[in-house]
Design a protein around this ligand. Structure first.
Ligand SMILES: Cc1ncc(COP(=O)(O)O)c(C=O)c1O
Length: 403
């Protein structure tokens, strides 16, 4: 009966994160793998959710106030004029907003440009729509965008460019120059852009998030997707949104209604409260994460990882294995779980480079097999415990020995 599965279902395999979670659970490993915080959400938004439940917001719902507030934010942050009645779709997280945006734009055979490495879900959504992902590599160690590689990837069939900045897994924040190139190509090729801005409030060293939509000619062709998940430490609440020109937003809303009808009603009410948080909230989010970033960079750099790129945003460190480490990323993570009791994510799951995974496995020392992603959206206690566990496996030079 397995033959009855759709082509899309056969293409979508468990993520590399899920692959290790059994082993990690069995070993009770400290979780630096998954991109969700293990500390409490802010009390003001929890109280708003409790109050919404007590007020019996129990039915299908679209909280127009959230759309109104997002439109106001878009004006303040990106200078956009958004009609909150027609141009905003509240969805179940960025994940649903993104999937709906892809379903709203991609026909079988349409090409979608994805930067490589990238968050794993994009390719799966493109596959579900029958689209063709075209991967444009970002060049290590700084994950620079080579404009000639981008320009060479456009064809007659290119429909959409997907941009995630701040970036998972590298922590890169695309530069203004890089964004100009992407925007320029989208306009001259008459393509759409779908942005993933879930880490928009998490940037470091005074870097400011710039949305692709703010470049000339982009508002009419861009779907912005984002969510509460990372900015408010509530990945399980499932509140996100798409902001787009009316024709796109209305297609996304129609798809959203058929897929899930509406996002969780009490959490939409709480979202309004969250979005209205004072500037100090966002400041302390940034500075807390910056301290955690510094801690993990020092910790992992100190035990021998090669860290040539310090995260500029998001809450991941994409650390390279030491030159003398003979293990691949997958072998290393297995040993990290079994010997150190810490779990992280092998980097190869984020790379595609238009190669099959068998082809990547056969490249002996390709950089795609040399990176490990560590999530530092964790409490001080978790990070300290991870440091203690790694500290038990150091050689005389203070380097981690797992091989
Ligand atoms: C880049 C990126 N986009 C989207 C998501 C998921 O967002 P949401 O919880 O809003 O669906 C994640 C979660 O890890 C992510 O890293």
């Amino acid at each position: 009966m397995e033959g009855k599965l759709s082509r899309a279902a056969k293409k979508i395999v468990p993520s590399s994160i899920q692959g290790f979670s059994h082993l990690a659970q069995r070993c009770n490993a400290i979780n630096l793998a998954e991109g969700f915080p293990d500390f409490p959400a802010p009390p003001h938004i929890k109280n708003a959710a409790i109050s919404a439940i007590n007020s019996d917001f129990n039915q299908y719902r679209n909280v127009q106030g959230v759309c109104d507030y997002l439109a106001k934010m878009m004006k303040e942050r990106h200078g956009l004029d958004i009609d909150p009645l027609t141009d905003v779709a509240i969805c179940c997280g960025q994940s649903e907003a993104f999937a709906a945006a892809i379903l709203a734009t991609i026909d079988p055979g349409d090409e979608v440009i994805l930067f490589d490495p990238s968050y794993e879900s994009y390719e799966a959504c493109v596959a579900m729509a029958g689209g063709v992902p075209i991967h444009v590599p970002l060049d290590p160690p700084q994950w620079t965008l080579d404009s000639s590689k981008l320009l060479g990837s456009f064809t007659e069939r290119t429909k959409v460019v997907v941009l995630n900045s701040p970036h998972n897994p590298t922590g890169k924040v695309f530069t203004k120059g890089e964004l100009e190139v992407i925007a320029g190509e989208c306009c001259s090729r008459n393509c759409l852009a779908i942005t993933d801005e879930v880490y928009e409030h998490i940037t470091y060293d005074n870097l400011k998030h710039i949305s692709l939509v703010s470049f000339p000619g982009m508002q009419e062709r861009t779907v912005i997707t984002s969510s509460l998940s990372k900015s408010f430490s509530v990945t399980g609440w499932r509140i996100g949104w798409a902001v787009a020109p009316t024709f796109l937003a209305s297609a996304i809303k129609n798809i959203h209604v058929r897929l899930t009808d509406s996002a969780p009603a009490p959490f939409q009410e709480a979202a309004l409260n969250a979005l209205r948080s004072p500037p100090e909230y966002f400041e302390s989010l940034r500075s807390d994460y910056q301290s955690r970033r510094d801690y993990i960079v020092n910790l992992l750099g100190g035990v021998g990882f090669k860290i040539e790129f310090i995260p500029q945003g998001s809450f991941f460190l994409f650390a390279e294995l030491p030159d003398n480490c003979p293990l691949s990323d997958v072998e290393f993570v297995k040993k990290l779980i079994l010997e150190a009791g810490v779990v992280a994510v092998p980097g190869r799951g984020f790379f595609h480079t238009n190669l099959s995974s068998d082809e990547v496995s056969n490249l002996p020392y390709s950089y795609q097999k040399r990176y490990i992603r560590f999530a530092f959206c964790k409490s001080d206690a978790t990070l300290t415990l991870a440091a203690e566990k790694l500290g038990k496996l150091l050689d005389a030079k203070g380097h981690l020995v797992l091989y």
